[in-house]
Write a protein that binds this ligand. Structure first.
Ligand SMILES: Cc1ncc(COP(=O)(O)O)c(C=O)c1O
Length: 377
């Protein structure tokens, strides 16, 4: 066999898919695993794409994205207090490519990326591909917030970036102002980037402090954003990145060399999305969140308070089995699927998603309650 890129040897298949597949192969298994809206893309967004195709907007778009969409993103960001010019905006294939472009664009081999953990595993995948090293910052023992001493201990001369995802996948937790102040203090004036993954920022159920609004660290901040979650557009694969112009100068070449550009008519749909009102969808998730959290509390389970996104990260440590065994048994014996905490770097937890209809949630939680009784009985 001819040797391949050795950076890839350490990569593993996403365990989320493994558990989803096991659940699919199990007859009549209720799923609480999925990380995407069950709702459909709003009509006005679909209509904008159809109109763009009809108008023959089917040619290559500019590498950085159409000026119309970059201007719309710049206006959207500026309106919420993140003063942005279209030159600072790169349209990407979802937040995945924004994160890929950001991390690959800044990392040299051996450089380190600090990731509050539990966290989304893609950051580690990209860092590994780039030949960098992920430094997990365990936040599970500090109320899922950043501890100043722990962050200080994680920083080394090789630290190149810290990734903050708020609201967080898998916990739904929002990093509070104190945590963000600690992050800011740790990086201010240093050669360390803040990579801000804000894909759930429009799906927060209360105050959501945001370091991308902080002018003092603007030169060190790369925002990765997505249309997937707030507008139910996962399959459209569109997102964006906002960064200082000196960073864009390099990142644009990386993105152009990877994807050329996001499909032109998808960008037309994204412009319509930025005008859409996300409040009705958010209301649906907020109601489901109340229902799911209420049922879990009745079962005597604990979890960090999910203030955003559409997940609950449930503590299962009292059952004395690992999260993978717990989820495998819950699929096989209880016919309901969740994602093990180990997929996010944390043992003793499972992630439940409430991107499901009321009936599905009811069914899944009824089954989970029965399964828990068999473990305790
Ligand atoms: C925290 C987080 N960041 C980024 C992404 C990628 O989103 P996109 O569909 O925009 O690529 C996801 C998707 O699940 C996510 O949960």
């Amino acid at each position: 066999m001819i040797p391949l890129n050795s950076n890839l040897s350490a990569l593993k298949r996403s365990q989320i898919r493994v558990y989803t597949n096991l659940a699919r192969a199990t007859e009549d298994c209720a799923m609480l695993t999925i990380g995407e809206p069950d709702l459909n893309t709003p009509e006005e967004i679909k209509a904008a794409a159809i109109a763009a195709i009809t108008a023959d907007q089917t040619h290559y778009a500019p590498n950085q994205g159409t000026l119309e969409l970059r201007q719309a993103v710049a206006d959207f960001e500026s309106r919420r207090g993140n003063e942005t010019k279209p030159e600072q905006v790169l349209i990407t294939i979802g937040a995945c490519q924004a994160l890929f472009t950001a991390l690959l664009g800044i990392l040299n081999p051996g450089e380190e990326v600090i990731v509050p953990t539990p966290g989304f595993s893609l950051y580690d995948t990209i860092t590994t591909i780039a030949g960098g090293k992920t430094v997990a910052l365990d936040v599970s023992k500090t109320g899922f917030q950043i501890d100043e001493a722990a962050l200080a201990a994680a920083i080394t001369p090789k630290t190149k970036a810290i990734v903050i995802n708020s609201p967080c996948n898998p916990t739904g937790v929002i990093f509070n102002r104190e945590s963000l102040e600690i992050v800011k203090k740790a990086i201010l004036g240093k050669d360390i980037f803040l990579v801000w993954d804000g894909v759930y920022s429009q799906l927060s159920y209360g105050d959501c402090p945001d370091l991308t609004l902080d002018a003092e660290i603007k030169d060190q901040t790369i925002l990765c954003q997505s249309f997937s979650k707030p507008y139910a557009m996962t399959g459209w694969r569109v997102g964006y990145l906002v960064c200082p112009e000196y960073v864009m100068d390099r990142l644009l070449l990386l993105s152009a060399g990877t994807i050329t550009a996001v499909p032109t008519f998808v960008q037309a749909a994204a412009i319509a999305a930025l005008k859409a009102d996300v409040a009705p969808m958010k209301e649906i998730y907020a109601r489901r969140r109340e229902f799911v959290c209420g049922r879990l509390r009745q079962m005597g389970l604990t979890f960090p308070n999910p203030e955003g996104a559409f997940y609950v990260f449930v503590d299962i440590s009292r059952f004395g089995i690992g999260s993978e065994e717990f989820c495998t048994r819950m699929i096989r014996e209880g016919k309901v699927a969740a994602v093990p905490g180990s997929c996010f770097g944390a043992e003793g937890y499972i992630r439940l998603s409430y991107c499901y209809s009321d009936e599905e949630l009811q069914k899944g939680l009824d089954r989970m309650e029965k399964f828990l009784a068999t473990l305790e009985g």
